[in-house]
Design a protein around this ligand. Structure first.
Ligand code: SF4
Length: 343
């Protein structure tokens, strides 16, 4: 059903507590060739049929190696990339084809926390102006006193002090800069944050502090998170459910505890077995699952199961038939021929 121009498309279906639904999302980047007449000769399928839901107040971890499409998925949810196929539904409204004006409204509710607290803050702006910028862009600045009060409140929310508003980003540590980035993301009082590897540029000692801050903010402000990370160790603490991505697809999605206790997809098993264990004896004795080779190109993904070129459990069918992501029960779905649909 097409909506009338300017009219939000309200989509039926889903659960009442879903804040976000992503349906069969594909993001393909055209590959062009030719010196004078440029023509498309292929497409990099960065994301190729990703579906998931996010419940209100939930954190979904989106995990996979570099190039698996997890950050691209996050950018697409915010409509910072053109969607090749599929739908993004926020609070029951299809935002996939929102125009610029509609996107302004949408982005009051959905914000991004960026990976790099060094690169994402303008070094020539004071912290006060960095946090004020989204309020000004959205026409919510109010009076000078209101703005000052709001900025002080935002700084306090992320554990910083009011006098810090008059400093520049280079005067802060990495962890403090990420707190400033989070304060900027919260300025518009959003409901949903897309956190794109928000701790991977920080020292390990600081990572836990920022993750704990995000968890505390979620409790206090009722936020929902899509939390993108490249390793399962980082998302374990914060996620309610985890989706594992490989070469543009989700290969397994499950509740956090189920996934760590009993990973079903060979790729999830490999990612988990790569996490070091603190106890040196247990670390020396535990079985390892090593996945050899490089991630294949998303320009020309392997036939059948995309993981078959690296999978230690590969079978003849894996080279020919692409396994669908099938629900094994209410909480877990897997895309692997070792785990066919029940019944
Ligand atoms: Fe491995 Fe086959 Fe399962 Fe793919 S479908 S993960 S190749 S066993």
């Amino acid at each position: 059903m097409d909506a009338a121009p300017g009219q939000p498309a309200v989509v039926a279906g889903g659960r009442p507590d879903d804040i976000l639904r992503v349906e069969d999302l594909a993001i393909h980047f055209p590959v062009l060739s030719g010196t004078f007449i440029r023509r498309q000769v292929g497409a990099v399928k960065a994301v190729d049929g990703v579906s998931f839901t996010l419940r209100r107040g939930e954190t979904l971890g989106l995990v996979g190696e570099s190039g698996c499409g997890k950050s691209t998925t996050g950018l697409a949810i915010l409509r910072m990339l053109d969607v090749t196929r599929g739908r993004i539904i926020y609070e029951g409204e299809d935002v996939t084809h929102h125009d610029r004006r509609q996107l302004r409204g949408f982005r009051r509710h959905v914000q991004m926390v960026y990976q790099d607290p060094y690169g994402s803050l303008n070094p020539r702006m004071k912290v006060r102006d960095i946090i004020a910028e989204p309020l000004e862009v959205h026409g919510l600045a109010g009076s000078e006193a209101e703005m000052r009060e709001r900025i002080d409140r935002m700084l306090a929310t992320v554990g910083l002090l009011p006098y810090m508003a008059d400093r520049y980003p280079h005067e802060f540590s990495g962890g403090q800069r990420q707190r400033i980035g989070i304060a900027r993301s919260l300025a518009l009082e959003p409901n949903l944050l897309i956190c794109d590897e928000p701790v991977s540029a920080l020292d390990v000692s600081i990572q836990a502090q920022v993750v704990n801050l995000l968890m505390d903010l979620q409790q206090r402000l009722g936020l929902s998170y899509v939390f993108v990370a490249h390793d399962l160790a980082v998302v374990r603490h914060i996620s309610d459910r985890i989706a594992v991505m490989y070469l543009g697809r989700i290969v397994e999605i499950a509740g956090r505890d189920d996934l760590y206790r009993e990973p079903l997809h060979p790729y999830t098993q490999a990612l988990l077995s790569a996490i070091p264990v603190a106890d040196p004896v247990a670390e020396a004795e535990r079985p390892r699952m090593v996945v050899s080779g490089e991630v294949p190109s998303a320009l020309n993904p392997p036939s059948g199961c995309r993981f078959h070129t690296r999978c230690p459990a590969v079978m003849p069918i894996c080279r020919e038939a692409d396994p669908a992501l099938v629900a094994l029960d209410d909480t877990r779905s897997v895309a692997c021929h070792l785990h066919p649909a029940p019944g």
